[in-house]
Design a protein around this ligand. Structure first.
Ligand code: FES
Length: 157
């Protein structure tokens, strides 16, 4: 499932840690970046690759919201709903998205372009409300900037 090049990256990652267990999160990120989500097959693959129990890998995947076990949209809208963002309008963010593309948390558009996810604090509380789209942060969100962002992503396809 990983290419030669990616397997080299895994080896490099492992070399930074005293045990393979510590490399699980990094390798899961690699897997998710490549496949968009971490399937049961992916959990088994990562466990075998790192020679760690599958239960440990599953535990990490289910504990952290940043890992997705099901197919996600090309653009993952991860809306922070933690305290600062909640106080400064995460409900508005979710409602604006819903009005614009018709989906809420845990849903994906029929064309597979967008999925919406709830995120815990993404460390950008000073610029709440915010969300990440894949790896990019979008902060101080307003209905206008959200609509513009979604239009831009749609145009990109
Ligand atoms: S509470 Fe939303 S980024 Fe911290």
């Amino acid at each position: 499932m990983f290419s030669e090049e990616e397997l080299k990256q895994v080896e490099e990652l492992k070399s930074h840690y005293p045990t393979n267990l510590s490399a699980v999160m990094g390798v899961l990120h690699m897997y998710q970046d490549k496949y968009g989500h971490i399937s049961d097959e992916g959990i088994t693959y990562v466990a075998n690759l790192l020679e760690v129990p599958e239960e440990n890998v599953l535990g990490v995947v289910t504990f952290y919201e940043m890992y997705h076990q099901h197919k996600t949209g090309k653009y993952k809208l991860q809306v922070c709903t933690n305290v600062s963002c909640m106080l400064r309008g995460s409900d508005m963010v979710l409602q604006t998205i819903k009005d614009k593309i018709g989906i809420g948390i845990g849903e994906m558009t029929d064309d597979g372009l967008f999925s919406v996810h709830e995120a815990e604090c993404l460390g950008s509380c000073g610029t709440a409300p915010m969300m990440s789209v894949n790896k990019d942060y979008h902060e101080n969100l307003t209905p206008e900037t959200i609509n513009e962002l979604i239009d831009a992503l749609k145009a990109k396809g």
